[in-house]
Design a protein around this ligand. Structure first.
Ligand SMILES: Nc1ncnc2c1ncn2[C@@H]1O[C@H](COP(=O)(O)OP(=O)(O)O)[C@@H](O)[C@H]1O
Ligand SMILES: [Mg+2]
Length: 311
């Protein structure tokens, strides 16, 4: 969408710098976690004065192929944590290792694909050309770019829309283009920040199934931020529950629902139990999702704009 704030979401379109496009699996040290977060704090300061303590003492290991959701009240630092992992901002204390490297090195090595709430697509480019963009800057030759873009668009079931422009697509379709683009260079880790937050409930559920299917086909590791308890439970292998500011991890819920997850999953008793468990963990963390619609006076859907200014 041409009117979207570019800065924050720009990372989604950042071209990969290497030509690595092998399978998303098998990266990093054999047995070590893909992402290791240790003792991470984040404070935002203005004029040398601490304005916001956003994150406190975050420790988290993410194994190869996991699907991790971060959930917590608005403003608890979910996006900040994802941005720290993706090296879009640095922690005030603590370390992040990705595939045994610093986050900065991992970003240089294009270990990340990123998808944000507003898909930043270029309206003057066709769907196919949007997906090709990172590959273009990578220096892939024409036929290889075309083959890869088409393969990715088939994966998100948009083969019939190659020559359309983004403004001709629904919100859900646009988000699928953004996902196809993020996956085009086979990143080891997919960072997704409320990618379906702006979609209606039905579309969101379909997108959930879609992202699970892609996750299973590609074997990529996913870190997914969401406001939605059902979404977190449906998608994840583990749900990381965060408290209100300063964001701390208060609970990690193992989601032992069988794979693949289907519409029946949403009606299973275990699913309801887990949804309740996550909801209670959120309450115990001192806030309720419904109480926290705004951050610093900015409606949560507008937060990409706030984050766009983030250093
Ligand atoms: N660049 C920034 N400058 C100052 N404060 C920020 C910045 N980015 C985020 N914050 C603050 O840090 C806290 C966590 O924000 P965020 O990570 O966006 O929360 P969430 O994604 O969980 O809603 C909020 O209080 C927010 O206002
Ligand atoms: Mg956020």
């Amino acid at each position: 969408m041409s009117g979207d704030p570019i800065p924050m979401t720009d990372a989604a379109a950042t071209p990969p710098a290497t030509s690595a496009a092998g399978p998303a699996t098998g990266q990093g040290s054999a047995a070590g976690p893909v992402v290791r977060i240790q003792g991470v704090d984040k404070t935002f300061s203005r004029g040398g004065r601490v304005v916001t303590k956003a994150l406190e003492a975050i420790d988290l290991d993410v194994a190869q192929g996991e699907f991790i959701s971060l959930i917590g009240p608005s403003g608890c630092g979910k996006s900040t944590l994802l941005r720290i992992v993706g090296d879009l901002t640095s922690p005030s204390a603590g370390t992040v290792n990705v595939n045994g490297k610093t986050a900065q090195q991992a970003r240089r090595d294009r270990d990340y694909g990123m998808v944000f709430q507003a898909p930043v697509l270029f309206d003057w480019r066709t769907v196919e050309d949007n997906v090709k963009l990172p590959l273009e800057i990578l220096g892939w030759d024409g036929p290889r770019r075309t083959a890869r873009a088409r393969e990715m668009l088939e994966l998100v079931e948009l083969s019939d829309f190659l020559q359309h422009h983004p403004y001709q697509l629904s919100g859900g379709m646009q988000q699928r283009v953004a996902i196809a683009r993020a996956l085009a260079f086979a990143p080891a880790i997919l960072l997704m920040d409320e990618p379906f937050g702006a979609l209606d409930e039905m579309t969101r559920e379909r997108m959930n199934s879609e992202v699970l299917r892609i996750w299973q086909q590609t074997g990529t590791t996913i870190l997914f931020v969401t406001h939605s308890i059902p979404e977190a439970v449906f998608l994840s292998s583990r749900v990381v529950v965060m408290s209100a500011r300063p964001g701390r991890i208060t609970r990690i819920v193992d989601v032992d629902l069988s794979q693949p997850r289907t519409e029946d999953t949403r009606e299973s008793r275990r699913y309801f139990e887990l949804v309740t468990e996550v909801r209670e963990a959120l309450r115990a963390g001192g806030d309720d999702l419904d109480d926290a619609g705004t951050v610093n006076g900015t409606a949560s859907f507008g937060r990409t704009t706030v984050e766009g200014a983030a250093g």
